[in-house]
Design a protein around this ligand. Structure first.
Ligand SMILES: Cc1ncc(COP(=O)(O)O)c(C=O)c1O
Length: 360
């Protein structure tokens, strides 16, 4: 990161300070492209994974409306994709949302059926952020390539957990978010394969091959490049470690009754799991665990005073009551065996305490 200290120029300015900033930005782009095995001109820096996913889906759909008005997305996508898909529906696109299997996977044949009349674009994430279900991205990408339909892949959770080079995924348009692999917050990127048409979301500047107007976040791009290189190089070690730590966490819960893991038994993102725990409210457990220094999430969000299941759980058939008793566990860097065991013991204690209060 030393290259960004004292960097005051704007990469779009022609003077020396500007050229220095531009050189640093382009060096970051080259490193990202080398790490993913693609061309530097295919990398578009954005402000987040959400923005990258939306630029991918909205941008490709709008640019290809002349080819087909149909847009196909999996029902367990992140809200970044689902909300963009809804917007396309309101713009007049014919939106097809493909339901998951009961354990939260999207089957390639269901996607293929949905694109039978042709499609402008398909979105399929690499792995789900709640269940950890890994989606058949490479297989679907191959099937779509044969039909000339671009695939947009939200691969935000991939780096450091799964292979994400262009040759691994095969998708034409792939979104990443730096903070998901220990990079800085507020920077994401989209890889757009050469030849795929994308319409920018905004106007007002010529930056990023005209696809993302606005002065670039140079320091963020350097941070993203460093974190991506580290994550890709270290994928097999991190993936093994996160899977072992999650197993260790779940093993520690065996003494606790009435809980199950939500999602597929096989092919799960290392270190990510949602648990359905009987007799508790996830929100109350989350607050109690936070007081004990353990950070977890729940699959239900409080909106306007009522709790609503997340889109993923809703698509998997969870009602409010079931979604409200879920806890989402995420293992990442900075955790070790003793800390994870301690966290699991804490979860078990809090669950027992909440259950006894419920019975009182
Ligand atoms: C699968 C997935 N996609 C997209 C995003 C959005 O990324 P960002 O927070 O950078 O907007 C997230 C973040 O939680 C995610 O988990």
């Amino acid at each position: 990161m030393t290259e960004v200290v004292g960097l005051v120029g704007n990469p779009s300015s022609p003077h020396e300070e500007g050229r220095r900033a531009k050189d640093v930005l382009e060096a970051a782009r080259n490193r990202v492209a080398a790490a993913l095995a693609c061309r530097p001109r295919e990398i578009v820096f954005t402000g987040s994974g959400t923005e990258a996913s939306q630029l991918g889906l909205l941008g490709v759909a709008r640019a290809r409306h002349d080819v087909s008005p149909r847009v196909v997305v999996g029902a367990v996508e992140h809200p970044a994709i689902l909300d963009a898909a809804d917007l396309l529906g309101r713009e007049g696109f014919e939106l097809v949302v493909v339901p998951p299997t009961p354990d939260g996977r999207i089957e390639p044949d269901r996607l293929l059926e949905a694109i039978a009349p042709g499609a402008a674009v398909v979105a399929l994430m690499l792995a789900n952020h709640e269940t950890g279900a890994i989606m058949p991205v490479a297989e679907v990408a191959g099937m779509l390539a044969a039909r000339d339909v671009p695939l947009v892949c939200d691969a935000c959770l991939g780096p450091g957990r799964l292979p994400v080079r262009v040759t691994d995924l095969g998708a034409d348009v792939v979104a990443f978010s730096a903070h998901k692999f220990n990079g800085p917050k507020g920077i994401g990127m989209l890889r757009v394969a050469r030849g795929v048409r994308v319409r920018p979301l905004w106007s007002g500047g010529l930056q990023e091959e005209r696809l993302r107007p606005g002065t670039e976040n140079v320091a963020g791009a350097v941070g993203l490049a460093c974190a991506l290189e580290d994550a890709i190089e270290d994928t097999s070690r991190r993936a093994r470690r996160y899977a072992t730590l999650l197993r260790c966490f779940l093993d520690r819960l065996v003494g606790l009754d009435d809980w199950t893991r939500v999602g597929p038994e096989e092919a799960c993102l290392p270190g990510v799991a949602t648990l359905e725990v009987g007799g508790i409210e996830g929100e109350a457990a989350m607050i109690n665990l936070d007081l004990e220094g353990v950070a977890v999430a729940t699959g239900s969000t409080c909106a306007l005073g009522a709790s609503e299941p997340s889109a993923t759980l809703r698509a998997m058939g969870f009602d409010r009551r079931r979604a409200a008793r879920t806890l989402r566990i995420s293992i990442g860097e900075g955790l070790d065996g003793p800390r994870v065991e301690e966290a699991a013991a804490c979860v078990a204690d809090v669950v027992r305490r909440l259950r006894s209060l419920g019975r009182a």
